[in-house]
Design a protein around this ligand. Structure first.
Ligand code: ZN
Length: 71
């Protein structure tokens, strides 16, 4: 199990298990919150969490027109 660990104060640590439904990023186009499936991200060969952006459904639609991905 992977988890995120953040020190809030010298006395308080917060750890949150990472699941496929609690990872989010901000859509670089419209700024809305996007639920990210890390397994799909890694499957697509995107392992760099600093430089990888995930577009929301609405913003990714026009981008997917050129590909055969029907999702
Ligand atoms: Zn968007």
């Amino acid at each position: 199990m992977f988890y995120v660990k953040e020190k809030i104060s010298p006395a308080v640590d917060v750890t949150v298990d990472i699941h496929d439904d609690n990872v989010f990023c901000t859509c670089p186009d419209c700024g809305c919150e996007v639920n990210v499936d890390l397994a799909q991200l890694f499957l697509a060969g995107e392992g760099d969490l600093y430089s990888t952006s995930v577009y929301c459904v609405d913003c990714s639609k026009p981008r997917l027109k050129v590909s055969s991905n029907k999702k």
